[in-house]
Design a protein around this ligand. Sequence first.
Ligand code: ZN
Length: 300
Amino acid sequence: MKMLAMLLSLSGLFLFPADLAAKVKIVSTIPDFAAIAREIGGDRVDVVAMVRPTQDPHFLDAKPAFVVALNRADLLLLVGMELEGGWLPPLLVGARNADIQKGEDGYLDCSTLIPPMGIQSPDRSKGDIHPGGNPHYWTDPRNGIRIARGIAKRLAAIDPDHAEDYQRGCDAFVERLQARIVDWTKRLEPVKGTRVVVYHKSWIYFLDFAGLVEAGALEPKPGIPPSPSHVAGLLKVVQDSGVKFVLQESFYPTELSRQFADKSGARLLVLPTMVGASGMNSYIDMVDFIVNHIATDSEN
Ligand SMILES: [Zn+2]
């Protein structure tokens, strides 16, 4: 192979076939943006995600492979709002890749694409891990549309020769998602106003979409594990107020949630917030899974 390349090169015919066929290399922090980028870019993109769907995205052990992937990346997709603040910055320095640094086309902080929620005054947020607002915005499918459009636009800037392909991929995805949003909205209509308690405050965007009400959180502050006394206090506050569900992701412990659910008469739902968890392999399937559980379990 090397010999062939050399001969072609010497004869002036070396066309860098590998480069001509080069795909846009995308590194996403969470699997959800990776899944959406694949929908948009199809076989024009190579996408990897650093956080596994069963991992808490706030905390990640840096692996050397992440630095290698970031070094080669054309585009970095991140959640922003300080979700990755504890682990991404040193990786970005180690990557030595000028194209994916803040301010460049190859750096897309997806929180710039959505209307943020949960912004607090600095002293109120003391000690919690959402000081810059709530970063768990991708479970609201309306934000899924905004994220898809933002990624498509950025891909077009990085790879203008295929801008139309990205636009087409994005339009097809958005059209499917919009149709499902109509369907989900109908399914969620009967559960509007349902009160829920969450483990971590990762649900406010979805609850806003679904019209559900957060009655409290088991974590006293985001990132601070629940104590038995906080849980007992919350139980007093919400008792007899008709809390129907306790919502949490699989990477949080379920012991206190289960106790709380039993005592309050609520049902514990362990649901995915990242593509790949609970066997859901696409963004639409993941949202569908959440909607189905909330809508169906409310009927019982
Ligand atoms: Zn969080």
